[in-house]
Design a protein around this ligand. Structure first.
Ligand SMILES: Nc1ncnc2c1ncn2[C@@H]1O[C@H](COP(=O)(O)OP(=O)(O)OP(=O)(O)O)[C@@H](O)[C@H]1O
Ligand SMILES: [Mg+2]
Length: 583
C-alpha cells in the first residue's frame, strides 16, 4: 500500500485536474454500459409497435455509443495530461534524492540495478495510473450500473453476480500472491544479470587485458540458468491465473444466463432477456479486464515499491538545522581527537588524529597504502562524519556548515580523477559553469594543461570518453587540477595517484601544484617525495595514527618511518605495501 500512498501524494498536486478526469471516466462508463438497457427498450417497444418510443431509444443508443467513444478519448487525454507531469516530477524527485544521498550509499549501490529501478518504476507509474483510474474504476462503475438494472428485473440474478464477483476477488488475490512471489524472484535474478553486464562493460579494459571475454560470457551464462527457471515460474503463474479465473467466470455467467432463461415468460420480457444477456456477456469481459488490471497493479507494485523505496533512504551525514557561514574564510584546519571506522565495521581506520593546519600552509600526508590518507579527506569533506572528535574549518566545527558550503570552500583533485563523457571544456568548467573564458584558460594554463588542450585537433571541444578514458593519467590529473583551480578554493586537496608518472608529467604536475599553493592552503597526499620536499609540514600516517610530523629535513634526521620511506623512494620505488615490506 505504501507505494500507492506515495503515488497519490505526488498526484495530490493535480487534484483539480484529477476530479474532472474521474468524472469524465464515470460518464464514459455509464454511457458504454447502459446500452443493453436501450436495446431492451427498443425490443419491447418494437413488439408493442410503439414506433415513436423505438425511435427515441434508438437515438439514445446512438448517443451512448458515439458519446461514450468521444468521452473515452477525452478521459485518456485528461489522464495523460496529469500523468506526464506527475511522472516527470516523480523521476526528478527520486533523482534528486539519489544525488543527495550519502557517499556511503553510492559506495554500496549497484548502478545497474538502480538504473533498472528507475526504468521499471517509471513504466510502472503509467501502468498503475491507467489500471487504477481507467480500468479498475471502469469495472467498478460498470458493476454498479449492471447491478442496478439486474436488481430491477431480478434480485436473485443480481445476488448471483455479487457472489460471482466476490468469489473471483478471493481467487485473484490468492493467485496474485503466487504471481508476486515469482515476480520478486525474477526481478532479483534480472538485477543480478544487469549487474554483471554493467560490471563487465565498465571493466571492459580489464576484460580485454585478461582476454576474459569467454569467462565473462560464462559468468553471465551461469546466471541465466537461474533466470530461466524464475522466468518459467513467473510465466506459469499467469497461466494458472487465466485458467482459474476464466473457468470460474464462465461458470458463473452461465449460471446467471440459466436463471434468465428459466425466468423467461414469467414477467420477464424478450427485451429483459436480451438486456440481461447483454449486461452479463459484456461483464464477462469486464471480469477479465478487472483481473488483468489487478494483476498489472500487483505486478507493478513491486517495481513502484523499489522506485519509491529510494525516497526512504535516509541521509546520515546531515546538514545542520541552523547552519553558519564563515565571514572571511582563510583555509585553516584543526583536527581534534578525530577517530573513524567505516559504517558497519569496528576497525578504526583513523585513531585519535590531532593536527593543526594554518592558512596558506602546504601540508603533505604520507604513509603506506591503506594508512587512511584518503579517508581523512573524506571526513574533511563530510562524505562521512568522524566517529569521534571534531574537525574545524577556521575554528568552526564543520558539522555546523552545510555540506555544499563546506565543499565550496575546498576543491579536490582525487586519486583517480573521473571525467564526464563530454568535452574538455565541459569537464574543466564543471565546478564553475559561469566562469569567464579568460578564467577557464588561466586555470588550464596554471594547471599546465593549456598547451596540450590547444594542441588537440578539436581543442576545447575534444570529447574525453566515458570516465575520461581518452586522456592519460597525467593529463586527467592536470585537467582535474585546472577544474579545481577554477573554483578558486580556500583549500586545495591533491590526492596524488599511486600510478607512476613519467618525469615530464610529474614535472608538469609539480609546476601546477607550486602555482596552486601560492595563495591558498594546500594538502597533498603524496606517493612521490619529489612532490613534498618543500612542504611546510609533513604528516606521516601509520595504521590510522599520526606517527611523525615535521619538515623534510627534520624527519630525515629523526630516522623513523619517513626516512625509511624516503630511502625507498630514492631507489625509485613508490610507497606501496610491497616496497615497504621489501625494505
Ligand atoms: N568505503 C569503504 N568502506 C570500508 N572500508 C574502506 C572504504 N574505503 C576505504 N576503506 C578502508 O580504509 C582503509 C584506509 O583507506 P584509504 O583509502 O584511506 O587509504 P589510503 O591511505 O588513501 O591508501 P592509498 O595510499 O592506497 O590511497 C583501507 O584499509 C581501506 O580498505
Ligand atoms: Mg588514497
Amino acid at each position: 500500500m505504501k507505494p500507492i500512498l506515495y503515488f497519490y501524494r505526488f498526484l495530490a498536486k493535480y487534484k483539480w485536474k484529477f476530479v474532472p478526469f474521474l468524472l469524465v471516466v464515470m460518464v464514459t462508463v455509464i454511457l458504454e454500459t447502459i446500452r443493453p438497457y436501450w436495446l431492451k427498450q427498443i425490443i419491447d417497444n418494437s413488439l408493442l409497435q410503439n414506433q415513436s418510443r423505438v425511435l427515441f431509444y434508438l437515438i439514445l443508443f446512438g448517443v451512448s455509443t458515439i458519446g461514450g467513444n468521444l468521452t473515452s478519448a477525452l478521459s485518456y487525454y485528461l489522464g495523460d495530461k496529469i500523468m506526464i507531469s506527475t511522472s516527470r516530477e516523480i523521476r526528478e524527485a527520486i533523482f534528486q534524492k539519489v544525488l543527495e544521498l550519502d557517499f556511503a550509499y553510492h559506495v554500496n549501490k549497484s548502478t545497474g540495478s538502480l538504473i533498472s529501478a528507475f526504468r521499471r518504476g517509471d513504466s510502472a507509474i503509467y501502468t498503475v495510473f491507467q489500471s487504477l483510474h481507467q480500468e479498475l474504476f471502469r469495472v467498478l462503475i460498470a458493476l454498479l450500473v449492471t447491478l442496478f438494472f439486474l436488481f430491477r428485473v431480478s434480485p436473485p440474478m443480481a445476488i448471483s453476480l455479487i457472489c460471482l464477483f466476490v468469489i473471483n476477488l478471493f481467487l485473484i488475490f490468492w493467485l496474485i500472491k503466487i504471481n508476486l512471489k515469482t515476480r520478486v524472484e525474477l526481478n532479483q535474478s534480472e538485477d543480478d544479470i544487469s549487474g554483471i553486464i554493467t560490471d563487465s562493460l565498465i571493466n571492459y579494459e580489464t576484460v580485454k587485458f585478461f582476454a576474459a571475454e569467454t569467462k565473462e560470457r560464462q559468468r553471465l551464462g551461469r546466471h541465466f540458468i537461474d533466470w530461466t527457471q524464475k522466468f518459467w515460474n513467473f510465466s506459469n503463474s499467469f497461466r494458472l491465473m487465466d485458467v482459474c479465473i476464466g473457468t470460474s467466470s464462465g461458470l458463473g455467467i452461465l449460471f446467471i444466463l440459466f436463471q434468465a432463461v428459466t425466468k423467461f415468460g414469467h414477467d420477464f420480457s424478450l427485451g429483459d432477456l436480451v438486456m440481461v444477456s447483454g449486461f452479463i456477456t459484456g461483464f464477462y469481459y469486464q471480469f477479465f479486464n478487472l483481473f488483468f488490471r489487478i494483476r498489472d497493479i500487483a505486478k507493478n507494485l513491486t517495481d513502484l515499491e523499489k522506485y519509491f523505496g529510494i525516497l526512504e533512504n535516509v541521509v546520515v551525514v546531515k546538514d545542520p538545522i541552523t547552519p553558519v557561514t564563515i565571514n572571511k574564510p582563510i583555509g585553516a584546519l584543526t583536527f581534534r581527537h578525530v577517530s573513524f571506522a567505516y559504517p558497519g565495521s569496528n576497525d578504526k581506520v583513523l585513531d585519535d588524529i590531532n593536527l593543526e593546519i594554518v592558512s596558506g600552509e602546504k601540508v603533505a600526508f604520507v604513509g603506506r597504502s591503506g594508512a587512511g590518507k584518503t579517508t581523512l579527506i573524506k571526513l574533511l569533506l563530510r562524505f562521512y562524519d568522524a566517529t569521534a572528535g571534531v574537525i574545524e574549518f577556521d575554528g568552526v566545527d564543520i558539522r555546523r556548515l552545510t555540506k555544499s558550503y563546506l565543499r565550496s570552500l575546498m576543491a579536490v583533485v582525487p586519486q583517480e580523477p573521473i571525467m564526464f563523457n563530454n568535452s574538455i571544456k565541459f569537464n574543466l568548467a564543471y565546478g564553475k559553469e559561469n566562469a569567464s573564458w579568460s578564467k577557464v584558460k588561466k586555470a588550464a594554463a596554471d594547471a599546465n594543461i593549456l598547451d596540450f588542450i590547444e594542441g588537440l585537433p578539436e581543442n576545447w571541444k575534444t570529447e574525453v570518453g566515458e570516465r575520461g578514458i581518452k586522456l592519460s593519467g597525467g593529463q586527467k590529473q592536470r585537467l582535474a587540477i585546472a577544474r579545481a583551480l577554477l573554483t578558486d578554493p580556500k583549500i586545495l586537496i591533491f590526492d596524488e595517484a599511486t600510478s607512476n608518472l613519467d618525469s615530464e608529467s610529474e614535472r608538469k604536475i609539480q609546476q601546477a601544484l607550486n602555482f596552486a599553493s601560492k595563495s591558498r592552503t594546500v594538502i597533498i597526499i603524496a606517493h612521490r617525495f619529489s612532490t613534498i620536499r618543500n612542504a611546510n609540514k609533513i604528516v606521516v600516517l601509520n595504521n590510522g595514527i599520526i606517527s611523525e610530523i615535521g619538515k623534510h629535513q627534520d624527519l630525515i634526521a629523526r630516522g623513523g618511518i619517513y626516512r625509511l620511506l624516503w630511502t625507498l623512494q630514492s631507489k625509485g620505488k613508490l610507497l606501496t605495501d610491497e616496497s615497504i615490506v621489501e625494505a
